[in-house]
Design a protein around this ligand. Sequence first.
Ligand SMILES: Cc1ncc(COP(=O)(O)O)c(C=O)c1O
Length: 384
Amino acid sequence: MNYNFDEIIDRRQTNSSKWDVKENELPLTTADMDFKTAPEIISELKDKVAAGIFGYENPSEDYFAAVKSWFHSEHQTEIQRDWMLFSTGVIPALSSIVRRLTHPAENVVVQSPVYNIFFNSIENNGRRALENKLIYNPETREYQIDFVDLKKKLQEPQTTMMILCNPHNPTGNVWSKSELEKIAAYCNENQVILVSDEIHGDLVLEGNGYTPLFSIDPSLTNQAISLTSPSKTFNLAAIHAATVIVKNPFLRYQIDRGLNNDEIAEPNLTAIPGTIAAYRYGAPWLKELKSYLRDNRQLVEDTLDNKINGIKLVNGQATYLLWLDCSLINKSSIEIVEEIRNQTGLILSPGKIYRGNGDHFLRISIAYPRKVLKDALSRLIQAI
Ligand SMILES: Cc1ncc(COP(=O)(O)O)c(C=O)c1O
């Protein structure tokens, strides 16, 4: 290992939103990592600050070249320069797209249980979230798409958009090419705009990586939008950088107007150099990160299997978020989380907030130095 993922960094009193908790508490909640980002990125950002000029910026051609090159080398996908727009985050862009391309009271389809903030982007803007609930098989502990229900929901005249999460937070599903083609074809048939949030795309821990929406049959992606960012991959959430990928020029023009109108199209001083450094130099760091996360995942799985009755790991292939089946415990996820926190200070995310069948599940992040994760697991053993 060239990078030290065992290093423990005290994030209390550092403005961390996750670590704004009591002295004895340990949060495994928000999706950022407790690892320092790659040293190559830190070095570029130090240079940027040392230059001492903090004026207004535009995303440079180097930025878009770095995104394009990352997708080529990491995901074997070609993105054209003019398909890309910069935004200050995936969720700011998503909310703006919902506002610009749909009307109040229309349906936006999501596949629950799903990242809870999608519901904010939809409902805070006066649209309706229509749940295409994923089907859970407790035997295999896997989720799959209910295509019969999806077709029905997309056919509703009030449905104008679908938000896909690929890979899926919180279940860890990596959707296959044929699943994506089927979803995109159903959206096309019903003139539904398909927005694919691919923020976890670089963090596939098993198998051959994820399939970017823009790598499928081009005839299926004319009404498609992809959202990507180095923020989950390299622990860069607070640099606030994301790329919106839209092939259709008419759609892209509208989105561009929306991002500008919402004032989320201009980078802060770290966004451009941070993203370029991540995509240019970050691949070796990412490889080691994934290996460390795989070992952390195994540790959690072994602990659940051998030491904890009643909680099982759901089989996902991606992200550093694990989805735990606690349906054998006869309580709601909210109650379970509260009791664990009160007894041991360990803070987990209750599955209920992700809707669908989430109330029988808990979500944890495993992006911690091993010693911290072990502390979390012993608290969990004690509580259960
Ligand atoms: C699926 C998904 N999309 C978006 C985000 C947040 O993106 P951003 O910080 O760029 O708004 C997260 C963070 O957890 C996420 O899991």
